[in-house]
Design a protein around this ligand. Structure first.
Ligand code: ZN
Length: 294
């Protein structure tokens, strides 16, 4: 199934809703990074929220999101843009933790795997400066952390739901989520109604597993008042290139470049996001050094 996000409004245009299915892009991330189930769920939820958030920006604008937690997955980075492209990286993909007791017994322990820390969001809005804002992780379960981020850092009261279901063979069975944002003018009555809708909503993975789609999820969240305005494809897409890595080498100092030429006779670079490998020749590095010294 193709991955996509529905964007629309509901409750007399006082609520904006995004609903997503992201199974294919999360499967791509799982394959590229070799994530174990809990890491798949953590990175998959993060990619899903970021894909929806990226669509809040215009074409050409870009956001970089970082979750830095003290749990075993370490940090995760995701880039997203207004065209529906996302790519991500995870420090330690080999994490498989489940809850041993309590109401979540047997479920993937994403909160434990991520731990305590911060969510950082850097926006490249095609202006001179980048804008970075951050908020403290609430539970490390990702959805709660985004809900808090939108409220605390962007002053937009939101509700975020995310879910990734992993098959016994560790491939991705289903992945998706929603972001619901309250707009100015929202009434208390609508807020009450939304709280009830969300409280009665089964986990995203159960909904999708039982045949629901972003369309039926949208319908449910909007209490029948919704209007879908757009449907955007989302995908895991890396923009790395030989030229891109050459440019990043140009920003290194001569002291850092010289041993790459003299001792390593070139640079071997692996892209963090897609694992593609690039070889930068000794001649190219000498040329960069020459330009820097002239
Ligand atoms: Zn790449």
């Amino acid at each position: 199934m193709e991955d996509y996000v529905l964007i629309g409004h509901a409750y007399n245009k006082t609520v904006r809703i995004y609903t997503a299915v992201t199974t294919t892009l999360v499967e791509t991330a799982h394959t590229l990074h070799g994530t174990w189930p809990t890491a798949s769920a953590a990175l998959g939820r993060f990619l899903t929220a970021s894909a929806m958030m990226g669509l809040m920006y215009k074409d050409g604008e870009r956001i970089t999101l970082r979750i830095k937690g003290d749990g075993p997955v370490g940090s995760m980075t995701v880039e997203a843009n207004g065209q529906g492209d996302v790519r991500g990286d995870i420090m330690n993909p080999e994490v498989y933790l489940t809850y041993h007791d309590g109401p979540k017994k047997g479920k993937l322990a994403v909160g434990k795997a991520v731990g305590k820390g911060f969510l950082f969001v850097t926006k490249d809005l095609l202006m001179k400066d980048y804008y970075t804002s951050s908020s403290e992780l609430q539970t490390g379960e990702i959805a709660d952390d985004f809900t808090y981020y939108f409220t605390a850092s962007e002053q937009t009261n939101s509700s975020v739901g995310l879910g990734v279901l992993v098959n016994p063979d560790q491939s991705i069975q289903t992945s998706g989520g929603y972001i619901l944002q309250l707009m100015p003018g929202v009434t208390d009555e609508t807020i009450d109604q939304i709280e009830q809708v969300i409280a009665s909503l089964p986990p995203i993975t159960s909904l999708y597993e039982s045949g629901n789609t972003p369309e039926t999820l949208f319908e449910r969240l909007s209490g029948g008042t919704g209007v879908i305005l757009d449907k955007k494809s989302v995908r895991y897409h890396c923009t790395c290139s030989h030229d891109g890595f050459l440019k990043s080498l140009q920003s290194l100092s001569i002291d850092a470049l010289t041993p790459l030429a003299d001792e390593d006779h070139g640079a071997h670079i692996t892209c963090h996001f897609c694992k593609k490998e690039y070889q930068i020749s000794e001649a190219s590095i000498r040329e960069i050094i020459k330009k820097k010294t002239s």
